[in-house]
Structure formats: C-alpha cells, structure tokens
Design a protein around this ligand. Structure first.
Ligand code: ASP
Ligand code: MG
Length: 453
C-alpha cells in the first residue's frame, strides 16, 4: 500500500488534476490511498470569510462558483457536489447575518468545506477513469483528534481506527487532508498546511510502503529557488535533514509530517505533479549508503530574525544564570533558535519578536540586555556537517572573502546543521555564495533517488 497526497496546486489546476488522477490510476497495482488538500486558494478564501467584514457574501458566492466551474472544467458531473454545496449555502448564510468573527469549532467546520469538496471532485475524477474510488471525510475514516480547534492532534486510538476503516480496498479511498474529528463528532483542523501531516498519519497507521507527497516542486531543494536560481532537488535526505529544512521554512513539507514516518521508519517521497517523471526527493532514516558519501544537502535561510544578548552583571557566570534566562523565554512562550554562550554572556536568536518586549523587561532583571533586529540565520544542512573537518573553515573563508560579517556562530550542538547569523541585507548573497562554493549547483549523478514514484 502507498499513500499519495496531492496539494492544492496539484488538485486545483485542471491540467494538474488530470495528471494527478492519471498517476493514481497508473499505480492501482500498488494499492493507493489518496489524501487531498482543498483547491489552491480555497482555504485562504475560507480564512478570509471567517475574519468577517463586508465581503462575506461575495466570498461565499466565489467559493461556490469556483467549485462549480472546476467540476465543469474537469468534466466531473456537478451533482456529486450538490449536497455539500447546499450545506455550504446553509452554513454561509448563517454567518452572513452576523458580523462576528468565526472562531473555534465553527471556524474549523467552515474551513472543512474546502477539503470535503475536493475529495468529491477527486473521487469523481478517478471514477471517470474507471477507477473504483470513494470520497471520505477523515473523521469518518477514523482520524480522531483532541479538541484543540485550529491545531488539533490525533489521538492514540486514531491508528487502530484508521487501519480498521481504511483496511478494505478497493474502492480507492480519497481522504480529506487537514481535517480530523473529536470523539464527540466535531470537525477539527490540524493546522495550516496540515494535509501532508494527514498523509503521514494515515501512512503510519496502515504501515504504508511509501508516503508520496505530490506537490509543485521536484522535491526538497538545495536552496530557496527565489534566492538561488540554480537550486536543484536533493535526491536523498535523512529524516533529520528534511526536518531541518522543513523547520527552516521550506514550504514543501509541513514540519510535523516526518514525525509519524520517523516513528515507523517509512519512506517519504516528494514528487512534482507537473513533472511526474522526475525522481524527486526520497527521505528515509539514513540519507546515504555510507558515511563516506557525506555531503552538504542544502543551504537554508530564515530571515527577519532578532538576536538577544544578555550579559551577566556579575563578572563571572553565576550558577543559575542560564536557567533564569531560559525560564524567562519559556514563560513568555518564546521559541529560541540559535544559542551561543561565553563566560559571562548568552546570545539567542528568535524569529517571532511579538512577545519580546515583555521578556526583555524581565531579562533586564538578570543582566544587561542588547537586542539586534534585522538579522538572518543561514544554515548549511547535511548529516554530519558540523563535525566535518574543514567545512567551517571553508564556509567562513568564503564569507570573509566577500566581506560578509558573521554576527553569531553555532556549531556542534546539531548533528545536521552548521548555522550562523548574518545581517539581513547579506543573507541572499551568503546563501548564493555558499550554494556555489560548496558545489550544490552541479549535478550529482551518483545520487539518483532510485526507483521512481
Ligand atoms: N488546505 C489546507 C491549507 O491550505 C491544508 C493543506 O493544504 O495542507 O492550509
Ligand atoms: Mg502544503
């Protein structure tokens, strides 16, 4: 059995939709379970609807028109959508009379219409190809969650329920991504971009041979293509490397996706719906066959980072200093990325400065505080990178050679990335320089991803 997950651009553009349903049909012998997102742009539209304001009626109409037009573009009979569109009219009409923001359980139910309609379209598309398929809402398939609406977590019993509900195939199940259901039957969502995570949860529950994430890039890339034009897909990554890139903001994979796959050691493959013959990226426990085939995989970058330095007012680091500093960050729910310490000071970076002012007031009771905005973290990602002899020297020589100053360095704590902080205005240049300087722009023919999706 394999899981095939298709994102919003794969199901929301008629040409891609045709490719996607064709890919599933071709893989019928591999016993696919399909997971789909809402049509591209639809969840954003529904989020806007929930915010309220005068545009609600127009958004409600656009939502309906978009699905009707799409059904007609792809030749799926509109009547498969009728019951859901009627439910949408009733749901939306209730909110048109009220200026209230839609929140909590109501919001998750409103957002659910995107995925609930797209599974109907996709199952209809498969049936048009003579593939026996059935549309399923994840809750009906056993994906039970807690009741943290907007960011729900699957419950431990979800595994057994999913295995039971999805166990008998065909018909090919086409399951909503992004959605779950509480034990008392209310629809939940797993957080924006959560369809990847749904695919992984389902794949883990059923022991899939592979979880395929079909998207709009040919895998995880060696750099952000908006920064590096010659960025290329990375053929093989370890779970740790791929997680690092996902957390660094590569939009290709939802950061939580790899957790269920890691737990079970399942392979995850990232593939391009528009170019289905390309090998994509294969993510497994080990990135390379041998340690000797070590290499840097990607140069990641996180922008608009703030650095906070706290200098202990006593000359030497009194015991408990670090604990007090981290207690303050913890209490203000501030996620710290990079940390470096010296005898008398500690510097950390944070990428969300929203609660920082309160935290700084508290930190001032511990030491002298200095805050620097307008920075970026750059990470050289590759299993073993921090300990690879000569790499750090090479990286900083390259940067020094073009006059890029390094504000902070963190090396050694991570097995997979060597990260450092530069000024925001130097970030793109640093990424491009390292991408070329570390040889990521040349083909790596020896590292083919193996069997194709
Ligand atoms: N449709 C949802 C979103 O846009 C989930 C997903 O696409 O993964 O966030
Ligand atoms: Mg996505």
């Amino acid at each position: 059995m394999i899981v095939m997950k298709f994102g919003g651009t794969s199901v929301g553009i008629p040409d891609h939709f045709a490719v996607a349903t064709g890919l599933v049909a071709e893989r019928a012998a591999r016993d696919p379970i399909v997971v789909v997102s809402a049509l591209v742009g639809i969840t954003n539209l529904l989020v806007e609807f929930c915010r309220g304001g005068a545009g609600r009626a127009d958004l409600a109409r656009r939502f309906e028109a978009r699905h009707r037009e799409f059904a007609s573009d792809i030749g799926v009979p509109a009547d498969v959508l009728e019951p859901l569109l009627r439910a949408w009219q009733i749901e939306s009409a209730a909110w048109l009379e009220s200026p209230r923001v839609v929140s909590g359980a109501d919001r998750d139910r409103v957002l659910s219409f995107g995925e609930r309609l797209s599974v109907e379209l996709f199952a209809g598309g498969l049936r048009a190809r003579r593939v026996d398929a059935v549309a399923l809402v994840a809750g009906d398939a056993g994906l039970v969650t807690d009741d943290r609406f907007g960011g729900a977590h699957p419950l431990p019993e979800a595994d057994a329920l999913l295995a039971r509900h999805l166990g008998r195939r065909p018909p090919v199940p086409v399951v909503t991504g992004f959605l779950g259901r509480t034990a008392d039957g209310r629809i939940t969502t797993l957080g924006r971009g959560g369809s990847d995570y749904s695919a992984a949860v389902i794949g883990a529950a059923l022991g899939a041979a592979e979880i395929q994430i079909w998207t709009d890039t040919s895998g995880m890339l060696s750099a952000d293509p908006r920064i590096v034009a010659e960025a290329r897909p990375v053929a093989r990554l370890s779970f740790a490397e791929a997680s690092e890139l996902a957390y660094f903001g590569a939009k290709v994979l939802h950061p939580k996706t790899l957790i269920p796959a890691m737990d079970r050691g399942l392979a995850v493959r990232v593939l391009n719906t528009a170019r289905p013959d390309e090998p994509g990226s294969l993510i497994t426990r080990d990135a390379e066959a041998a340690d000797s085939s070590w290499r840097v995989k990607s140069i990641a970058c996180k922008k608009d980072v703030t650095a906070v330095t706290i200098v202990s007012t006593r000359m030497l680091l009194a015991h408990g200093f670090l604990a007090r500093v981290f207690e303050v960050f913890g209490r203000h729910h501030i996620v710290v990325d990079l940390v470096t310490t010296s005898e008398v000071s500690i510097s950390v970076t944070v990428d969300d400065p929203s609660h920082l002012d309160d935290a700084i007031a508290d930190l001032q009771g511990i030491g002298e505080v200095e805050v620097k905005h307008g920075l970026a973290v750059v990470a050289v990602v590759g299993e073993g990178a921090p300990s690879h002899v000569g790499l750090a020297g090479h990286v900083f020589t390259l940067l020094g050679g073009v006059g890029i100053g390094v504000v902070m360095i963190s090396q050694g704590a991570s097995r997979v990335n060597l990260s450092f902080v530069v000024r925001l205005e130097d970030a793109d240049r640093a990424v491009r320089l390292l991408h070329r300087g570390l040889g990521l722009d040349v083909d790596q023919p020896a590292l083919a991803a193996g069997r194709r999706g």
